[in-house]
Write a protein that binds this ligand. Structure first.
Ligand code: G3I
Length: 379
């Protein structure tokens, strides 16, 4: 007889239990159930419900979420571009549908994002906005009203917010200039206001600064910029509880040993995380996936390397007791943002999520599971 986990594994007929070595993990019902035994949570981002996307409206996708996830976050539906079509109008339809479907399934919800501090991702109307003669007051009102309106609508249904996303320019670690920062005379007042407004509107919620400074080479300036920002928040008493570590990790160059690469990257990354946690911040893995464009086309080799790289990374992250929630940026390669945003030079489908495009689990699934199983239980 085929058990439920094997059946849900989909077309390739791979039993989840066959993918890793930990008996404790194999006995558990899925990634979140296992995570929960360690005081952790596992989750994914979601699209607005439709039958043919990465959402709870797609029965095959929903089956994976049901098995593996205890948390969810909207991939796009809570961004200004989605819910704020103009200064005086909101459109919550898509996000409402995600929230309702997620709550019905008992998922905890994160909100992403109250402010993506980057003109590139502002709605066009905001980039071009005429702030008038009282620029600062007008910008403050616009931002505050946005945060209050969203937070009031969802109340306690959202327990954690990426209040600010990607405010640091990775090129030099400075804060980005945006339409709002130009109107308010600098980025710091914008970011501080966002967090103060979020605390006032959602006093129950965890407030997160979310960014993609990562552990690979070339991220030093970005990491330093994030550390300066976090230090500034602390000095000014800005209410920020956690750093969201997006975790779009990747192997970008051919490498003969993933294990050696992990060993090489770990010390600087730990140094960064030590400083973040030393300032009193918690950690959230908010958008985990693995970019595989430096890895060979061969699927067996690529999957093994992706899994090894992920395992090395997650082991470091999970060694910090300040981390409790691990969310992946999708669950199957079929709907990964990487396919469109970062296609492989050889045109092969990227394989950075735990299930492949046919909804079959891959070695990455086993790596996540074993990393969760190996985590020290949180109190
Ligand atoms: O919904 C429209 C559709 O109507 C239209 O036909 C189509 C044509 O391009 O675009 C669709 O919107 C796209 C949307 O994704 C939904 O698929 C946007 O163009 C596209 O820009 C948008 O990309 C998202 C991106 O953020 C920008 O918002 C990705 O899906 C999403 O995965 C990505 O997520 C970000 C996080 O928010 C922050 N951290 C990095 C992460 C990855 O880039």
């Amino acid at each position: 007889m085929v058990d439920r986990r094997t059946m849900l594994a989909g077309g390739a007929g791979v039993a989840i239990g066959a993918l890793g070595s930990s008996p404790a993990a194999a006995a558990a019902g899925g990634l979140h159930a296992l995570a929960a035994t360690r005081g952790l949570s596992f989750g994914t981002c979601l699209a607005a419900p439709r039958r043919d996307n990465g959402s709870l409206g797609n029965p095959r996708f929903a089956a994976l979420v049901e098995r593996d996830c205890g948390m969810a976050v909207p991939e796009n539906a809570m961004k200004w571009q989605a819910i704020r079509p103009s200064a005086d109008r909101y459109d919550f339809a898509a996000f409402d549908a995600i929230v309702d479907a997620a709550i019905r399934r008992g998922l905890r919800l994160r909100g992403h994002t109250l402010l993506w501090h980057y003109d590139r991702w502002f709605p066009r109307w905001l980039v071009d906005y005429d702030f008038g003669s009282q620029k600062r007051a007008t910008a403050e009102r616009l931002l505050q009203t946005h945060i209050r309106t969203v937070a009031a609508r969802y109340g306690r249904r959202i327990g954690s917010y990426d209040v600010v996303n990607e405010a640091v320019d990775p090129a030099d670690g400075s804060l980005r200039s945006t339409a709002l920062s130009r109107a308010m005379g600098g980025a710091e007042p914008v970011l501080d206001l966002a967090f103060h407004a979020a605390r006032a509107a959602a006093p129950h919620a965890e407030l997160v600064y979310n960014d993609y400074m990562s552990w690979e080479d070339g991220n030093q300036k970005h990491r330093d910029g994030v550390l300066r920002l976090l230090e500034g928040f602390r000095t000014r008493g800005t209410p920020v509880h956690a750093l969201g570590v997006q975790s779009h990790i990747g192997v970008f160059e051919p490498t003969d040993s993933i294990e050696r690469l992990v060993v090489r990257l770990t010390p600087a990354w730990r140094g960064f995380l030590d400083q973040v946690t030393g300032m009193g911040y918690r950690l959230v893995v908010t958008e985990f996936d693995v970019r595989d464009r430096g890895l060979p086309a061969d699927i067996a080799r690529r999957d093994r390397d992706v899994a090894a790289f992920a395992r090395g990374y997650l082991d470091v992250m999970l060694s910090y007791p300040q981390l409790r929630d691990v969310l992946a940026w999708g669950i199957t390669d079929r709907f990964s943002w990487l396919r469109g945003f970062e296609p492989r030079p050889d045109g092969k489908i990227t394989r950075g999520l735990p299930y492949d495009e046919e909804y079959a689990p891959k070695p990455l699934y086993g790596a996540i599971r074993d990393a969760l199983a190996a985590a020290t239980p949180r109190r």
